[in-house]
Design a protein around this ligand. Structure first.
Ligand code: UD1
Length: 431
């Protein structure tokens, strides 16, 4: 079983380059099969979720040509199957974007219903509401969502909750519908805008992405394109919190500072220094940091995907902070793991009350999910002594060469596969 062994207690310093946004890439890859022409996607992150998505695309018989580590050519003209295999949806929830993409292109899709996830219940009622409003007949049969339409037509859709997934899925289904679709109460995350820009570069007519109201005028067909994915806001935010927690100094390159404003604002409130450049941010962690309160909200609010990482940083700040999780109900599972490292966090419902501590001490902990796993690594990097992080597969789903990027910043981390390897690393570090 792969694990990270981390020897903490060193401030992380230097430069790190952020990869392409995983969550944008997932929507863009599904959208890429909606034309019969070649689509070239650049700045694709080389992470497990993306590689599974590419496998799923191959499985429905589209052509996937990995031109280099971060570039892929996709051609959807050979698609012979509108049914996505259960295996992919189990491995990666976002393969539900194939419902919107295949329904939009072929007027028919069959995709297994995504199951529960370890950050809380994740219904797809709003996706289905949108598909039905466009004229599709949607039924659940033998655990799959089967969506079919003779024609997809204009619709005015009001989402009852702000949902990233539903906004992207309905955009996909409506780009080639007849007439105009209006989505109200749409999600505004940077990756919504990126998927819309990508579709527009294929000839779609989408206006208003990034605001509450998105207007989509249906076009007859989409054409090929070449497109570079935006940088990953959450990966950047993770390194920002790492600089704060380890009292380091990190220049985080290839970012869009505007996308990081909520994180920047909180780190500054805590007393850290954040310098913004055109395509970089530099975070200088203050020796003494202050408590603050945070509530996760849809963009431009504080991202739920950054909640565990900032909570680790807040644990090392003076005073008591309150972190309210308003998007997913089960996102505090890392708190018990952090307690093993000396963390003092009490959870009441969707609020975590964090009492600042002087420092973490190394321990063996298990990643409960992707972002919580990254947060535990931050705690381990700030901690005294050695930590072992188990279940690193979660982290590898969304962070490209996480250990290598940390090593380049002076962090002592090693991905190991056996006790012997772990022992060798410890000997080398001591030596
Ligand atoms: C996406 C991100 C995930 C992030 C989340 C919130 C991807 C691949 N994943 O997930 O990393 O944590 O946004 O920023 O982009 N909801 C419903 N009905 C629906 C859909 C959602 O009630 O039909 C609820 C969910 O339970 C949740 C909230 O809406 O409470 C937000 O979920 P949503 O924005 O859809 O998250 P995802 O798209 O699954």
């Amino acid at each position: 079983m792969e694990q990270y062994i981390i020897r903490g207690g060193r401030p992380l310093k230097g430069e790190v380059t952020i990869s392409g946004a995983k969550n944008a890439a997932l929507g863009i890859l599904a959208a890429a099969v909606m034309t019969d022409e070649d689509v070239i996607i650049e700045n694709l992150p080389d992470v497990r979720d993306i590689n599974v998505m590419l496998e799923a695309i191959t499985e429905i018989s589209a052509k996937v040509d990995r031109m280099d580590r971060h570039t892929v050519r996709i051609n959807g003209s050979t698609i012979s199957d509108v049914a996505v295999d259960d295996e992919y949806i189990r491995r990666i929830r976002a393969s539900y974007y194939f419902i919107g993409a295949l329904l939009g292109k072929y007027r028919h899709a069959s995709v297994p219903l995504p199951g529960g996830c370890n950050i809380g219940s994740r219904p797809i009622d709003q996706h289905i509401k949108g598909f039905k409003a466009l004229g599709a007949e949607v039924r659940i049969e033998a655990g799959s969502v089967i969506a079919k339409a003779d024609r997809l037509h204009s619709a005015h859709i009001y989402f009852d909750v702000v949902s990233v997934g539903a906004t992207i899925n309905v955009m996909l289904a409506s780009v080639m519908a007849e007439g105009q679709t209006i989505i109200e109460n749409a999600a505004k995350e940077p990756h919504i805008v990126d998927v819309a820009n990508f579709l527009n570069s294929m000839g779609a007519n989408i206006r208003g992405a990034g605001t509450d109201t998105i207007r989509i005028k249906g076009v007859q067909k989409l054409h090929g394109t070449e497109y570079a994915i935006i940088p990953d806001q959450i990966e950047a935010g993770t390194f920002m919190c790492m600089a704060a927690a380890t009292r380091g100094d990190i220049l985080i390159k290839n970012v869009i500072p505007k996308h990081l404003e909520a994180i920047t604002a909180k780190l500054i409130e805590m007393g850290n220094e954040v310098e913004e450049y055109d395509e970089a941010v530099r975070v200088i962690g203050a020796e003494t940091q202050r408590h603050t309160d945070i509530k996760t909200l849809p963009y431009p609010g504080f991202p739920t995907d950054m909640q565990p990482q900032i909570s680790v940083a807040l644990s090392l700040a003076e005073g008591t902070s309150m972190v309210t999780e308003s998007i997913f109900e089960n996102r505090f599972k890392y708190v018990d793991e952090l307690a093993r490292m000396g963390g003092n966090i009490k959870v009441e419902g969707n609020v975590a009350v964090i009492d600042g501590i002087d420092g973490f001490s190394g321990a063996t902990v298990t990643s409960p999910d992707l972002r919580a796993g990254a947060a535990l690594c931050i705690a381990a990097l700030a901690a005294d002594g050695y930590s072992t992080i188990e279940e690193v597969g979660y982290i590898q789903r969304g962070y490209e060469i996480f250990d290598e990027k940390i090593t380049a910043l002076g962090g002592l981390i090693k991905l190991v596969d056996s006790e012997q390897e772990a022992a060798r690393f410890k000997l080398r570090v001591v030596g």
